[in-house]
Design a protein around this ligand. Structure first.
Ligand code: PLP
Length: 394
């Protein structure tokens, strides 16, 4: 029976190779960091979500070690059976006070947080109005709920307003947006979105996975950056990027929303608790984020240095200030070649192509980290220039 499917799958895989969209995984033999080893070679890592360099930070590793001894390894339970330790509640309360929300509920990932949110809250009388470039987890979460789905072009406030009007007869309308669009590094216009939401009596949901710890004067994300903390109804986010980089996600929102999610969100009810070592290390990460500007300042300096260097060398980078700096290539095969040349030169930078980004818009998505030194950034820029030359000559 498998034979026919096997042949078909082989064909599909071959087509993926041919299109230049086949994704290979380099295997690292070191902890995550600015410098990693792959096949015995050191590479400068320019593609981790390790914005603040906390993924292997000594204080974070120490917090995780201490938690293993104090709280054990795993929970062997979902939260409502016997999977809630004081540590989980402490992290939820800490996230609420940091983000300026009423309450927070942890999930195994932000993918799960977004996957469980919409279905639990909304029904077929409702409407979700979603930015076209929202993360896959928001798209999938919306698909799982029965509410009417409407989309607007990325950042297009006129179209958002038109969609709000189109859904005027819905019981509730929820605007869903990424705080930072992960393929482009663009920030959502949350001030304009909140204005529209108020004018049309809609709710606002923001996935701030790429912003918390990074964006805003206190690292509290895009609502802080835009001065709209009290106007956002629902925030989702990850512990897998700036906040230590392990795994775990959350919904931080109005209290009844969080209370209902504890009763109804399926990934919360049917999936294991965040491991205690991750919860404790996330708390330590929040300590570092709250008590010091140093890491964020360093990250901003690195971002500005890289953006300036790449612009000087004539690369087509998407504008902005975010540490996601996409180097646009266009053609999928060409992007994969450029990435391979970079790896050859000692720079780990991956090409993103369909289905992660639309066809014909392949890019090398670089991400800055506070763990990079200025010399690292300069080396990355020089390597990009050398790799471009090598690809052109080939
Ligand atoms: N939301 C956004 C905007 C993301 O970029 C990501 C990660 O890629 C996620 C959600 C998923 O986060 P997690 O790794 O915690 O599932």
């Amino acid at each position: 029976m498998y034979g026919a499917l096997q042949e078909e799958l082989k064909g599909r895989l071959a087509a993926t190779h041919e299109a230049g969209t086949y994704k290979t995984e380099l295997v690292m033999t070191t902890p995550q960091g600015a410098h990693v080893q792959v096949d015995g070679r050191e590479l400068l890592n320019m593609c981790a979500n390790n914005y603040l360099g906390l993924a292997s930070h000594p204080a974070i590793v120490e917090a995780a070690h201490e938690a293993l001894d104090r709280w054990g390894y795993g929970m062997a339970s979902v939260r409502f059976i016997c999977g809630t330790q004081a540590l989980h509640r402490e992290l939820e309360e800490r996230l609420s006070s940091f983000l300026g929300t009423d309450d927070t509920i942890l999930f195994s990932s932000c993918f799960d947080a977004n996957g469980g949110l919409f279905e639990a809250l909304l029904g077929e009388e409702d409407a979700v109005i979603s930015d076209q470039l929202n993360h896959a987890s928001i798209i999938d979460g919306i698909r799982l709920c029965k509410a009417r789905r409407l989309r607007y072009a990325n950042g297009d406030m006129d179209e958002l307003e038109a969609r709000l009007e189109e859904a005027a007869n819905a019981r509730y309308r929820l605007i869903a947006t990424d705080g930072v669009f992960s393929m482009d590094g663009y920030l959502a216009q949350l001030d304009a979105i909140c204005d529209l939401a108020e004018r049309h009596d809609a709710l606002v949901m923001v996935d701030d996975s790429h912003a918390v710890g990074v964006v805003g004067p206190g690292g509290r994300g895009t609502p802080e950056h835009h001065g709209v903390v009290e106007r956002v109804d629902i925030l989702t986010g990850t512990l897998g990027k700036a906040i230590g980089g392990a795994s775990g996600g959350y919904v931080s929102a109005r209290s009844e929303i969080v209370e209902l999610l504890r009763q109804r969100a399926r990934p919360y009810l049917f999936s294991n608790s965040v491991p205690p070592a991750v919860a404790a290390a996330s708390l330590r990460a929040l300590d570092l984020i709250e008590t010091s500007h140093e890491l964020r300042d360093h990250l901003r300096e690195n971002t500005a240095r890289f953006r300036a260097g790449m612009t000087e060398h004539g690369f087509d980078i998407l504008p902005g200030d975010h540490p996601i700096v996409p180097v646009m290539v266009g053609d999928e095969v060409h992007a994969a070649e450029l990435s391979a040349k970079l790896v050859g030169l000692g720079v780990y930078a991956v090409s993103f192509s369909f289905p992660v980004v639309p066809r014909g818009t392949a890019r090398i998505r670089t991400q800055m980290s506070a763990a990079h030194s200025p010399e690292d950034i300069d080396f990355a820029v020089e390597s990009f220039a050398a790799a471009r030359e090598a690809v052109a000559a080939a």
